[in-house]
Design a protein around this ligand. Sequence first.
Ligand SMILES: NC(=O)c1ccc[n+]([C@@H]2O[C@H](COP(=O)([O-])OP(=O)(O)OC[C@H]3O[C@@H](n4cnc5c(N)ncnc54)[C@H](OP(=O)(O)O)[C@@H]3O)[C@@H](O)[C@H]2O)c1
Length: 332
Amino acid sequence: MKAITHTRFGGPDVLHLVDIPTPEPTPDQVRVKIHASTVTSGDVKMRGFENIPWTMALLARPMFGFFKPRQPILGVAFAGEIDTVGQDVDSFTVGDRVFGITGMNMGTNAQFICVPATSSISTMPANLPFNDAAAIPFGSLTAMHFLKAGKIKQGDHVLIYGASGAVGVAAIQLAKNLGATVTGVCSSKNLSLVQSLGADHVIDYTQTDFAQNSQTYDIVFDTVGKTTFGKTKRVLAAKGRYLLTAFAIRHLFQMGLVNLLSKRRMVCSVSTDSRDDLQQVKAMIEAGTYRAVIDRCYPLEETAEAHRYVDGGHKVGSVVLTVAHGPGDSGD
Ligand SMILES: NC(=O)c1ccc[n+]([C@@H]2O[C@H](COP(=O)([O-])OP(=O)(O)OC[C@H]3O[C@@H](n4cnc5c(N)ncnc54)[C@H](OP(=O)(O)O)[C@@H]3O)[C@@H](O)[C@H]2O)c1
């Protein structure tokens, strides 16, 4: 099969298209013929360990490899068809259209992947194109993990900072589905998108500092790691929750202190990419209350170019890789 691999950490130039043996499923696995995958903010970090605090890089290295990548194939999200089922699997059949996420195992920037049938994989929402399905899992499962950790409830006022990124566009839609009143913070060019996703209010961060607002929020969800608790607490309700996806060791110490000494709560954690959450998001898509947001699509062969774009830090929603399986096949 064709796959994009990297045998050393570094910039996008370390990524190469190679031919490697197609994996065979174990009895509890299914093999997915991938039609679409993504390049996420997480993938570009794992590629080179650049642009992340050195303390976090040090913690991550034992898991991802000290001197070279343990997993040479990046990519966490996939959408495709079940191609083979292991002998113990009865929950999927060959030909099922599926989507899912492999989390820390990665490996989806390839034509095929084997995953446990009990992992975060589901049949796709009816009539959804593969590209849209691949764009769903990373942002939505991260956002769902954090909103649940922040104990979101109906009627909460929630501010989503970084509302136009993969996690942000998901967080707006999920918070609306869960009955919250939502304020999205983004730059001028993304205001109308954020409104179209259901945000009740928008703040342009290039014009207005949300922390000077007179409104207070039950949850402030910083999806891009650009705010501080010190500044945010001015607009956080007395028992408000501050959620942070991108954090360093110092934030973990700060979280301990905040949670010990105040009624407010700070949440820094790693998404667990729950299978149940994927089912819940699938139901929202089928109900017409959740949609994919795709910025750009690249063919698998141009993954390095996609990484260069994501490295810029200003993508809107997801960057999708289309995976072809023969001449004339565009992937979707
Ligand atoms: N803890 C976890 O389990 C976990 C899981 C997934 C992701 N993450 C982390 O979460 C972060 C966000 O992920 P993502 O995939 O959503 O990122 P992303 O899609 O790359 O985010 C890009 C968006 O960020 C916005 N942005 C950039 N600078 C901004 C600023 N100063 N203020 C407000 N918005 C700004 C951009 O909007 P403009 O172009 O308008 O500036 C752009 O739309 C990453 O650091 C990722 O590693 C953590």
